[in-house]
Design a protein around this ligand. Structure first.
Ligand code: ARG
Length: 594
């Protein structure tokens, strides 16, 4: 039973009867307190069109309304208010309680979508800048799945760039890979710690030592052409990195269907470059191969003061680089070839990228280029969901105390430690798994509550709190229901609570739960349309709060009246399922107790 649809159709009928334009029907949840659930504000607009007063129009609409799910009232100067009847709310909840999807509607036209997130770089350690991509991406993957779409997730490892050449050059200089070059010599053991030391060293060195940089570039080119022994060293360090990357993503509840990387698209690079050349889209620029993608209103030349000055542009949109002057592939090329590969393998309707918003030009580049070359069909949607920076309380990017970029693993440890302290103060000691679960929920909720494109402040104390708009609060609400149900020994009676239409909404607190449930259900589709999960978080919080109010005000287990008691328990059981559905999307767990 879709309440909004029923009311909407009744409004349309009434409008038609009165000769009003049905396009003017509006209906939305009301924020006018517990006496109004939905509100229609159409009378204001129609009154203008028909030269009447909103009051006259609203009253006419009301007297022609045929529906029996809500009490309708007029409010000055022209509002139409709906209060859903208790028995209807009970029916909606009982219906939802009896099926696994909780009656969540699916999208009309399911699509196949590839989601590109994670994006860890091989050899470089994951840092805080990599935190948002898996958090936001995983939630969208789950949301899209929940709504009935076919979702393929790909982590798109950064495994084809200069960092590989840099690391190998440094390993060579430090004698780690001698055995690869000379069979009379020995290799030194390379661990993840080695890589964590060697790459930063090399990265710093490249800015000071031109010769070293050139060597690293050459090695990168060697890897990209599978030249030995560079290729074998590359494969070796790639594997070491990937193991660690997997471990960190799993801690964050992120799982990928594909562990492809930039390197995976290598075999298509020549093909796609040829497509650009055949279409006459390329030109040579200082030894590199580029494609111009600027639109007419971009790259507007700024008049030079002196004829010898370099030409500067307003709205600059630089060309796409397909090949560097030394012949190496670039980030643009691998992403373009990856789109080609994805279309070959999966033919998706849509590809979504969850990447730092500072990469927007890169994606704009790739998207324009693949459309020009016909690599991406015209009706395929390519969407870049750029995310903002995680800041410290000083408003600057969050750093360690010594001012270094903080490693992703350290962020996880930090929040796990903080959760563990919190648990200790509640008398739960030494439960690392639980602390991790709570920490992850804190991290995710703290992030997803914001629009992805906005920066936010990493406020550990706030995120980890068991009260307020936090992940742990949601978990706490769920855990509380878990123990309630345990006491009620519901385990073997689940069918009973699911199928007997036991929920009977009778008071304000229960109504609030029901209405907040409807709002939460609507928030999924909103998130789907707006590409921001934040509405789900806000609605989930309201939903959980309304249950807490009910829980605090009601004697649930000690209720003497069997019918009431069963209704309370069935409602609690239902609320837990709703919380679990939402936390599935947000990708954190609801613990048994905390
Ligand atoms: N590895 C990249 C980075 O660390 C992110 C990859 C994003 N995905 C993509 N298809 N380019 O910046």
């Amino acid at each position: 039973m879709n309440l909004k649809k029923i009311l909407w159709e009744a409004l349309e009928k009434s409008f038609r009867h009165l000769g009003y334009d049905t396009d003017d029907v509006t209906l939305a949840f009301s924020n006018k307190g517990d006496e109004v659930d939905y509100q229609c504000n159409s009378a204001f607009m129609i009154a203008k069109k028909v030269h009447s007063s909103p009051e006259v129009v609203a009253t006419a609409i009301i007297s022609n309304l045929v529906q029996d799910i809500a009490d309708v009232s007029f409010a000055k100067p022209g509002f139409i208010n709906f209060k859903i009847k208790n028995e209807i709310l009970s029916k909606v909840l009982n219906e939802a309680n009896s099926n696994e999807r909780l009656n969540l509607e699916k999208v009309d036209k399911p699509i196949t979508v590839i989601m590109d997130y994670g994006g860890a770089n091989v050899a470089k350690e994951l840092h805080i800048g990599h935190l948002r991509s898996p958090i936001i991406g995983e939630s969208f993957a789950r949301l899209y799945k929940l709504l009935g779409n076919n979702v393929i997730t790909d982590t798109h490892l950064g495994d084809w760039g200069l960092q590989m050449g840099l690391t190998i050059a440094q390993l060579q200089d430090d004698g780690y890979v001698d055995g690869y070059f000379d069979s009379n010599k020995q290799n030194r053991q390379i661990t993840l710690d080695t890589l964590n030391e060697e790459y930063p060293k090399a990265s710093k060195r490249k800015n000071e030592d031109a010769e070293f940089k050139l060597k690293a570039e050459t090695y990168t080119k060697y890897i990209q052409t599978h030249k030995e022994p560079y290729w074998s060293i590359y494969e070796y360090i790639r594997n070491i990195s990937v193991e660690k990357i997997k471990e960190n993503y799993e801690k964050l509840n992120c799982y990928f269907d594909l562990w492809y990387g930039e390197s995976t698209s290598d075999k298509y690079i020549d093909t796609v470059i040829k497509m650009f050349i055949d279409k006459g889209l390329t030109r040579e620029y200082q030894g590199a191969l580029v494609v111009d993608v600027a639109n007419e209103n971009e790259n507007i030349p700024i008049p030079k003061k002196n004829p010898d000055d370099p030409q500067l542009y307003k709205n600059p949109m630089p060309p796409v680089y397909l090949k560097k002057s030394n012949g190496a592939d670039v980030y643009d090329t691998t992403d373009i070839a990856t789109i080609y590969q994805r279309n070959l393998e999966f033919n998706p309707d849509k590809i979504m990228y969850f990447v730092d918003k500072r990469q927007n030009i890169h994606f704009e580049h790739c998207f324009r280029a693949v459309k020009m070359a016909g690599i991406s069909p015209e009706n395929q949607i390519l969407q870049f969901v750029g995310y903002g920076t995680i800041n410290g309380k000083d408003g600057k990017p969050f750093k360690t105390r010594s001012g270094d970029t903080i490693k992703l693993e350290d962020v996880i440890n930090l929040i796990q430690k903080s959760a563990s302290n919190k648990l200790e103060s509640n008398g739960i000691v030494g439960n690392d798994d639980l602390a991790l679960k709570i920490g992850v929920a804190a991290l995710k909720f703290g992030d997803l509550l914001n629009d992805p494109n906005k920066d936010y402040v990493f406020d550990l104390d706030k995120f980890i709190s068991f009260e307020g708009k936090t992940g742990p609060y949601i978990q706490y609400t769920g855990a509380r229901i878990n123990s309630l149900l345990k006491k009620a020994e519901i385990d073997d009676k689940i069918n009973f609570y699911e199928n007997l239409n036991l929920i009977d909404i009778t008071d304000k607190n229960q109504r609030a739960i029901a209405i907040n449930f409807l709002k939460l259900q609507e928030s999924y589709m909103q998130a789907y349309k707006t590409s921001s999960i934040s509405q789900i978080c806000a609605s989930l919080f309201d939903f959980a709060s309304s249950y807490s109010k009910f829980y605090n005000d009601t004697r649930i287990l000690t209720e003497k009246d069997d019918k009431l008691r069963n209704s309370y328990i069935a409602l609690s059981y239902f609320v837990l399922k709703v919380i679990k559905q939402a936390s599935f999307v947000l990708a954190f767990d609801i613990p048994e107790k905390m």
